[in-house]
Unconditional design. Structure first.
Lengths: 307, 238
């Protein structure tokens, strides 16, 4: 193994785009954990659903390949928004049907239910699209820019930008709006939040709506980025994104983002400089080492800074 | 008709019956105190009024309306505010944000600003700590914040659960003075206290709760003078 700065720079770009997708998914894990202390195992599958919904919308729009001109903006906007809305509603329905009644049950009950929900979603998607990988249209033209010897693809820029923009919007919402404040209050103390006049059912549903909508956005960009999807897509990506949330400090929004980008980078670098088969080993070793020294994650406080 | 009227309220936690059919009333403008030993059911009574505990049976009327089936957020909107046992301030939010959440049900920015100014006048310490995270404040400061936050909804009835718990004697005096002051400005108060002597001194009437049942009630001065109450709650005949 020898170190090549050009390859390093190239993998930096690759890692950040991969990380952008993880980061968007990780936000949903961390938001739900922050508000009801549940590891929502079904979240990775909601992300896969995001790719399926995007595909269905593109089919409705008659898109099978690259779109150009002003139509591109319309197609991308309609597909992302559609996937976000449909995934958001899926999240709300899951919470309403499964998790809400278990809110005061012992912690294990909702956890097992979440695993069950994950199986249900995977099997619904298996039934919908079958067991094979499904091609995903390229949608956006993908010119490559070269910076020295490093090539940057347009779709990589799209992933990174979208992740950052959505993160900024989310932060602004959570910290600067009344509903965002209600979410933070609910995360910190449910009884007290109710005594303030906050309807915590609504607030928790809103958390699922937003977290799942972000997974929907991730679904669209990952479809475009990888050019395919399949029903089991969310298992691996969900695990990585959950790891990202824990690495950054579960319950912490900025932490999920940081964790997502870090894991994308670690994965890209390992693949380049050590070997593809080592990427999971390295990712989880880093997680273990970080947790030994900072049990509440990189940005988590001893009192975790939830939502 | 009393402003707040509890009729034969029964509350259970699983198989434990915490309230075995209690009745009490609070008239508009009064301070009423509920005293009793640990585990008597005082906190449960307040939690039932604010909707955090569903009554197993019985009725709770507020301003003539049965509120026993309403959600907690609707009860706040109806005009009842609750400063809970153990303070329950939002630890990772600043004093300012805690007070803003106290006013969550209100919309008039001007009125909220007016009430913020008023609670900061009552508790100047909160003004000095305005941008500090509540979780990093002392117990006494958190207690002041909990009371101030409960006032921010401009309630008709304020429920206070052990507001003097764990405070220095000097602060206890301050808190009781504040309770009088809030009441003098027109807010009805239902007060729970371990500190029965002080509570009976500030209240017009009182109820004594023993394991889920009301065993004495009447004008505060009569309770304070009663042998039975003195023996059990005021540290013997003094
Ligand atoms: N969440 C709960 N689950 C089970 N039992 C409970 C619960 N909360 C209270 N209890 C029981 O209900 C009874 C009344 O409790 P409550 O908290 O109302 O008493 P209290 O008068 O406020 O006591 P204290 O002075 O110690 O605050 C007690 O026997 C208590 O153990
Ligand atoms: Mg109590």
């Amino acid at each position: 193994m020898h170190f090549d700065p050009t390859l390093f720079a190239q993998q930096l770009i690759n890692g950040l785009s991969l990380g952008g997708i993880y980061a968007l998914i990780a936000l949903g894990y961390t938001m739900v954990y922050g508000i009801i202390e549940l590891i929502n195992f079904a979240h990775g599958d909601v992300y896969t659903l995001g790719t399926f919904f995007s595909l269905a919308i593109l089919t409705l729009l008659g898109v099978t390949g690259v779109v150009t001109g002003p139509m591109l903006i319309v197609v991308v906007a309609v597909t992302i928004l559609g996937a976000m809305i449909l995934c958001g509603l899926t999240g709300v329905i899951i919470e309403r049907l499964a998790y809400r009644r278990l809110r005061n049950a012992p912690k294990l009950a909702p956890l097992i239910t979440a695993i069950g929900m994950s199986f249900i979603l995977e099997n619904l998607m298996l039934y919908w699209k079958g067991p094979s990988p499904i091609p995903f249209p390229a949608v956006i033209p993908n010119p490559e820019f070269t910076l020295g010897a490093v090539t940057i693809q347009a779709k990589q820029v799209m992933v990174i930008l979208l992740a950052i923009v959505l993160m900024v919007v989310l932060q602004a919402f959570v910290y600067n709006t009344k509903l965002g404040k209600a979410m933070r209050a609910t995360a910190q103390d449910k009884d007290a939040a109710q005594l303030m006049g906050i309807n915590i059912n609504t607030t928790i549903a809103l958390t699922f709506l937003i977290g799942s909508a972000l997974a929907g956005a991730a679904g669209f960009v990952s479809g475009v980025y990888y050019g395919s999807t399949w029903f089991f897509n969310g298992f691996g990506a969900g695990l990585k994104a959950f790891t990202a949330a824990v690495l950054g400090g579960i319950g912490n929004l900025a932490g999920a983002m940081l964790g997502g980008f870090l894991i994308g980078l670690i994965e890209a670098m390992t693949t380049q400089f050590i070997g593809d088969q080592w990427s999971n080993v390295v990712v989880f070793s880093v997680l273990v080492i970080v947790l030994i020294f900072r049990p509440s994650g990189l940005l988590g406080e001893a009192l975790p800074n939830k939502v | 008709m009393a402003l707040l009227e509890i009729d034969n309220l029964v509350a259970r936690y699983g198989r434990i019956t915490a309230l075995e059919g209690i009745s009490l009333t609070v008239e508009e403008g009064e301070i009423v105190t509920l005293i009793g030993a640990n585990g008597a059911g005082k906190t449960t009574t307040l939690r039932a009024i604010s909707g955090l505990v569903r009554p197993a049976s019985g009725a709770i009327h507020f301003a003539g309306r049965d509120i026993s089936r309403l959600a907690p957020n609707e009860i706040v909107r109806a005009g009842i505010s609750h400063s809970p046992e153990g303070r329950h301030v939002f630890p990772r939010m600043t004093v300012r944000e805690n007070l803003e959440l106290g006013a969550y049900t209100r919309t008039s920015k001007a009125e909220i600003a007016e009430d913020t100014a008023r609670v900061l006048e009552i508790f100047p310490r909160l003004g000095e700590r305005f941008e500090q995270k509540a979780g990093t404040m002392s117990g006494g400061e958190q207690q002041m914040l909990a009371i101030a936050r409960a006032m921010m909804s401009r309630p008709r009835v304020l429920l206070l659960d052990e507001p003097s718990l764990g405070l220095s004697p000097k602060l206890v005096q301050t808190i009781f003075a504040v309770i009088r002051d809030i009441n003098a400005r027109g807010t009805t108060i239902l007060l729970i206290e371990q500190n029965a002597r002080q509570a009976l001194a500030v209240a017009a009437r009182g109820y004594v709760l023993e394991v889920g049942t009301i065993v004495h009630s009447g004008p505060a001065a009569d309770l304070a003078a009663s042998e039975a109450v003195r023996a059990a709650y005021l540290g013997g005949a003094a």
